[in-house]
Design a protein around this ligand. Structure first.
Ligand SMILES: [Cu+2]
Length: 291
């Protein structure tokens, strides 16, 4: 009986995750979960707090990740090392913490696990010819996109929070629609989503994920989903200043999206998840039309 309930719960969870993957869809009902963990970093300017949390019953395993926080007063109170409890709210594309309570103050030696902020890469810097493997199992390399504007981002298909990787893929889907609607863009733009989970995100997994995000195999002409060996992926991520690591079977990561010029140089880096597809489309128009 317990096993059956557990299986039912697993199926339910995987449906929730599948729905969260890419589809815009209808308004999704709010889900609320109890969350407990330790504060790793507090970023008042981004309205975010990074928490190393225990497993969230009914939603995801233990991991360290950054959450939006609704209670603005809390930014003056929260410090790394504190133990906290809160409610994790999931609603459509958004997730946030509410009702955060400090349950234990930081120990004096409280060490920081936060990813150090990166200043890489520099605008104007030439992007190396990194090799990767795409959703068809074909070798690709970044210089093959010379002559096109290249927009790349980092994702992993199992990312559980709707405003992280799923939002990046949804934004790329919107950008692709715009690109296809404008012939001058569609000839000179390519999208690339690189998985930071190469052990799991093999070509077949990326292909299925890509079909879900992009809607049809035709989309792969303009949008590749790639991975590679762990070292290959790490090299690309290092160049773009993206830090990530595995913690409790999950991947802790930031978000970095990069626009690369027709001659293969960094034009702009969009950090975090606040950027809008329309802004990127306008940046794409600027660099492709002016050439
Ligand atoms: Cu993610």
């Amino acid at each position: 009986m317990r096993a059956q309930q557990f299986m039912g719960w697993l199926v339910g969870l995987s449906m929730v995750l599948a729905l969260a993957a890419c589809q815009a869809g209808k308004p999704v009902p709010q889900q609320r979960f109890d969350l407990r963990g330790k504060v790793v970093a507090v970023d008042k300017s981004q309205g975010a707090v990074t928490v190393a949390h225990e497993a969230v019953q009914g939603y995801m395993g233990a991991m360290t990740m950054s959450f939006s926080l609704k209670d603005k007063w809390a930014f003056d109170v929260l410090k790394p090392g504190q133990s906290v409890s809160a409610t994790l709210v999931i609603e459509g594309d958004h997730s946030w913490l509410e009702g955060i309570v400090v349950t234990e103050e930081a120990k004096p030696e409280g060490n920081s696990l936060a990813p150090p902020e990166s200043s890489r890469p520099l605008v104007g810097e030439e992007v190396p010819d990194f090799p990767l493997i795409n959703q068809d199992g074909k070798r690709i390399h970044l210089h093959q996109y010379h002559g096109q504007a290249l927009l790349l981002t980092f994702i992993y298909t199992r990312c559980p929070l709707p405003d992280y990787c799923p939002l990046m893929s949804k934004n790329f889907g919107k950008i692709l629609e715009e690109v296809r609607a404008h012939p001058e863009l569609s000839h000179s733009t390519h999208l690339l989503s690189i998985s930071i989970d190469p052990e799991y995100d093999k070509p077949a997994v990326l292909r299925a994920y890509g079909l879900d995000c992009a809607g049809s195999p035709h989309a792969f002409k303009h949008w590749d989903f790639a991975s590679g060996t762990p070292d290959q992926v790490r090299a690309v991520a290092d160049f773009f200043g993206l830090k990530y690591w595995t913690d409790g079977g999950q991947i802790v990561h930031a978000l970095v999206t990069a626009l690369i010029s027709l001659d293969g140089r960094v034009v702009k880096i969009y950090r975090g998840n606040e950027w809008q597809p329309a802004q990127v489309v306008s940046d794409l128009q600027n660099i492709t039309v002016s050439k």
